[in-house]
Design a binder for this molecule. Structure first.
Ligand code: ADP
Ligand code: MG
Length: 466
C-alpha cells in the first residue's frame, strides 16, 4: 500500500479540492459518469495513485482526464508530478504525463511544455494543451475577442509594439476566455520562447501575494511579476472586494503598462460593471481594448461540436450534432461533455450513435437545458401570429377571429408547458378547465383535417421553442 494515506490528512483534503475542481470544470454529468468512481490510494514518489473499478474507466480517465487531474494535483501539491490510474487492486496503465503522446494539434511545442511539471519558481499556472488557437472555433459571438487575442499574440511573437493595453476579455462562464488566454500563451511560447509570459488566475495571484506577505518576501513577488513581457490574469472579478490584493495588483498593473508590457485580463463582467473594484482600477482596466464574448449561437455550437468530434475522431451523424447544438445552449463545456458521454455510451454498449440513443443518454442534461416556455410567451406569440390583440387572450369575446387563436394558444400551453388545465384556464381570463379541454380537443381535430392549421401549429411551436 502506498504511503501517505492516513499519515497526512492534507492529502485527502487536496484530493477533495481536486475533485471539486474537476466537477466544476467538466460538469456534473461527466463527473457522475466518470470521475466520481475514482478513489485516491495514496501518493508515492511524486505520483498520485488513483484507482477506478473497471478497465474501461481506467482507459477513459487516463485518456481524457489524466492530464487535467495531474495539473490540478500539482497546483495543490507541488510534490505531485504525475498520476497513475489503476484498476482497483491491480496496478496497470501507468500514466506518466511526460510519456503520453501529445494530443494531435499543430503547435507541437506546446504539448511538451505542458507535460513538464511547472517550475517551482515559475508563477505561471500550467497551460491546458487543448486550449490553442487551432482548437478555437471562431464565430460571430467571439470574433472580436479572438481577433484581439491573435493580434496581441502575434505582436509578441513578432516583436512588434503592444497593440492595446490592457486587452480586457469578458463574458459568461464557459464561453472561451480561459481558452483564448491559454492560446495566447501557447502562441508566444512557441514562436518567441524567450519571452516571459505569466498566466494565472486572479485567485492564484492573490494566494501568491498573501504567501509573499506572510513570508515577508514581497520583494521577490514584485520582482517576478514586474519583469514579465506578458501578464495574463484570469477571472479578475475574484479580487473584487479584496482590497490589499487589488492594491498590489494595481501597482503591478501600472508598472507594467508604464514599461509597455502586455497585460491581458479576463472577467465575467465589463470593467464598468465590476462591483467591489476600486474606481481607479475599473477605469484603468477599460483603457485598452475591451472585447466581450457573447453567448453562443446555434452555428457556433454546431461548429464547436464538429471540431470536437473531428479532433477526437468520433463518427457522429450530423443529425445528432445538430440536435445537440440546438438543445444544449447553456455552455460550451456541457456541449463537449455531451459528446463525451454519447461516445462513451456507444463504446460501452457497442452500438452506433443515433439520435434516439443520444436522447436517451443525455436525458438529464437535456432536461436541464430545456428552455422554460411560459403561458404569457405563448399568448404573445399566438396573438402576434394571428394579428389579434393580446388582451383578446383574456377577453370574453367569442368571435371566431379571436376565439380560434385563443384555442390554439390553450392547446400550445397544454403541449409545451407543464401547467394543468385549470391553471391554463385561469391564465385565459379565468376560464373553466373544461373550456381548455374542449379547445385542446378541437385543435387536435383541426390539426388532422386542416393542413393550414397543421402548418400554423408547427410554425408556432418552432417559434416558441427556439
Ligand atoms: P471561460 O474561461 O470563459 O469560462 P473556457 O475557456 O474555460 O471558458 O471554455 C470552456 C470550454 O469550452 C473549454 O473546454 C473550451 O475549450 C471550450 N470552448 C469555449 N469556446 C470555444 C470555442 N469557440 N471553440 C472551441 N472550444 C471552445
Ligand atoms: Mg475561465
Amino acid at each position: 500500500m502506498p504511503a501517505a494515506l492516513g499519515q497526512d490528512g492534507d492529502v485527502q483534503s487536496q484530493w477533495a479540492r481536486v475533485r471539486a475542481r474537476l466537477r466544476s470544470e467538466f460538469g456534473d454529468a461527466a463527473y457522475r459518469s466518470w470521475l466520481r468512481n475514482m478513489s485516491l490510494q495514496g501518493i508515492e514518489d511524486g505520483r498520485a495513485i488513483i484507482s477506478v473499478p473497471t478497465r474501461f474507466l481506467r482507459d477513459w480517465v487516463a485518456a481524457h482526464y489524466a492530464d487535467r487531474i495531474r495539473s490540478l494535483w500539482n497546483n495543490e501539491n507541488a510534490d505531485v508530478t504525475s498520476i497513475d490510474v489503476i484498476v482497483m487492486g491491480t496496478a496497470t496503465a501507468s500514466v506518466d504525463m511526460a510519456e503520453l503522446p501529445p494530443q494531435p494539434m499543430r503547435e507541437p511545442a506546446s504539448a511538451v511544455v505542458a507535460a513538464e511539471a511547472p517550475d517551482e519558481k515559475d508563477a505561471s499556472a500550467p497551460l491546458d494543451p487543448r486550449f490553442t488557437f487551432d482548437n478555437f472555433v471562431v464565430g460571430k459571438p467571439n470574433e472580436l475577442a479572438h481577433a484581439a487575442a491573435r493580434r496581441v499574440a502575434e505582436a509578441q511573437a513578432n516583436n512588434q509594439a503592444v497593440p492595446f493595453n490592457p486587452l480586457f476579455l469578458y463574458g459568461g462562464v464557459g464561453l472561451g476566455k480561459t481558452h483564448l488566454m491559454n492560446s495566447i500563451a501557447w502562441h508566444i511560447r512557441t514562436y518567441a520562447p524567450k519571452k516571459k509570459v505569466i498566466y494565472l488566475s486572479a485567485e492564484k495571484f492573490m494566494y501568491q501575494f498573501i504567501r509573499a506577505l506572510r513570508f515577508k518576501d514581497t520583494m521577490a513577488f514584485k520582482e517576478q511579476f514586474r519583469s514579465v513581457d506578458v501578464l495574463m490574469i484570469d477571472d479578475v472579478q475574484f479580487i473584487s472586494g479584496k482590497d490589499t490584493t487589488q492594491e498590489e495588483f494595481f501597482h503591478t498593473f501600472n508598472a507594467l503598462v508604464d514599461q509597455n508590457r502586455q497585460i491581458i485580463i479576463s472577467a465575467d463582467k465589463s470593467p464598468t460593471d465590476l462591483e467591489g473594484m476600486e474606481e481607479r482600477m475599473r477605469s484603468r482596466l477599460g483603457w485598452g481594448l475591451v472585447a466581450d464574448i457573447h453567448p453562443t449561437t446555434y452555428e457556433l455550437r454546431l461548429g464547436i461540436l464538429q471540431a470536437a468530434a473531428e479532433r477526437r475522431q468520433i463518427q457522429v451523424p450530423l443529425k445528432v450534432l445538430e440536435f445537440l447544438a440546438h438543445r444544449i445552449t447553456s455552455n460550451v463545456r456541457e456541449l463537449e461533455g455531451a459528446l463525451t458521454r454519447i461516445y462513451a455510451h456507444t463504446q460501452l454498449v457497442g452500438r452506433e450513435i443515433t439520435l434516439e440513443s443520444s436522447q436517451e443518454v443525455l436525458h438529464d442534461l437535456l432536461r436541464a437545458n430545456d428552455r422554460r416556455v411560459t403561458i404569457d410567451e405563448i399568448q404573445k406569440r399566438v396573438a402576434e401570429h394571428y394579428n389579434i390583440r393580446l388582451a383578446d387572450m383574456h377577453s370574453a369575446r367569442r368571435a371566431r377571429a379571436v376565439a380560434r387563436p385563443r384555442q390554439v394558444a390553450m392547446y400550445l400551453c397544454k403541449q409545451l408547458t407543464p401547467r394543468s388545465l385549470p391553471e391554463i384556464g385561469r391564465k385565459f381570463g379565468g376560464r373553466d378547465h373544461t373550456t381548455v379541454m374542449h379547445a385542446v380537443k378541437k385543435i387536435e381535430e383541426l390539426r388532422a383535417s386542416d393542413h393550414v392549421m397543421a402548418e400554423d401549429i408547427e410554425l408556432l411551436k418552432r417559434m416558441i421553442e427556439t
